[in-house]
Design a protein around this ligand. Structure first.
Ligand SMILES: C[S@@+](CC[C@H](N)C(=O)[O-])C[C@H]1O[C@@H](n2cnc3c(N)ncnc32)[C@H](O)[C@@H]1O
Length: 246
């Protein structure tokens, strides 16, 4: 069965949106993954089918109703494939990262709850197993774009989605480093040359140069990543080599 994404949203027409083109779009068309956009309003009751209500205690905005959301989540969980995690896109959640994209891509898929208004009634987290995920420290108008970003990061890791030419083994975050810089023709652009080592054809020198640049860039731009990488590297160099007697 293919990797399966369900988006619970008030705007199902937003999907697949950008996921319908390029790598993700091709993979969607050939069945490597599937996407269902479900209108949360379909689980609302009453004449007006209200999905939101005023915040308890007063204040600005509206809050998505827990009963409506719970019915939408239950229906998605009852769908195949079973065992998919339920993610609520939320600025309060832990920041989405490559390691989680990889973990999700190795599972059956995910159910994405896309918030609107001020967000969801907090009791959904006590009533259902819902994990919060943030795209970053900023506020979007709704969870749909965040859900699409998470889906895209997962789908491109599915087997067969990227060819060799687009291999992700050396991409940013895969080995704890940001990626090295890329160059292509022309050789000279307004006086800026492609670094000579990349034209030399010496594969080991090119690998060494790329690794050194990736380390420089990570150390300068992301001290958090650099500290974790350096600690792992130091721990590795202290391990006895395989087969060596100590
Ligand atoms: C206007 S926002 C609500 C923001 C909320 N009142 C707060 O201050 O945290 C509406 C919805 O957009 C989504 N959203 C906003 N920012 C996000 C982010 N950084 N990451 C993931 N989802 C986000 C969430 O689903 C949220 O319920």
């Amino acid at each position: 069965m293919s990797w399966s994404a369900t988006a619970l949203t008030l705007f199902p027409e937003m999907f697949p949106g950008p996921l319908g083109v390029s790598l993700a779009g091709k993979a969607l068309a050939n069945g490597t993954w599937s996407l269902k956009a479900v209108d949360i309003r379909g689980y609302a009751e009453g004449k007006h089918r209200n999905v939101d209500d005023t915040p308890a205690g007063g204040g600005a905005g509206m809050v998505m109703r827990v009963d409506v959301l719970a019915r939408a989540i239950d229906a998605a969980l009852a769908d195949e494939p079973k065992g998919r995690p339920v993610l609520y896109l939320s600025p309060r959640g832990p920041r989405f990262a490559q390691a989680f994209a990889r973990e999700l891509s190795e599972g059956p898929g995910a159910i994405f709850v896309c918030g609107r208004f001020e967000g969801v009634d907090e009791r959904i987290f006590a009533a259902r197993d819902v994990r919060e995920v943030s795209l970053g420290d900023f506020v979007l108008s709704g969870g749909e774009l965040a859900a699409m970003a998470v889906m895209d990061a997962c789908v491109r890791l599915l087997p067969g989605v990227m060819g060799d030419a687009e291999s992700h083994a050396e991409e940013s975050f895969e080995n704890g480093l940001l990626e090295y810089p890329h160059y292509t023709r022309p050789q000279n652009f307004e006086g800026h040359e492609i670094p000579a080592v990349l034209n030399g054809g010496h594969h080991q020198n090119i690998r060494d140069w790329r690794r050194a640049r990736a380390e420089d860039i990570t150390e300068t731009r992301r001290p958090d990543l650099w500290a974790a990488y350096a600690a792992r590297r130091d721990a590795d160099t202290q391990k006895p080599a395989k087969g060596r007697k100590v």
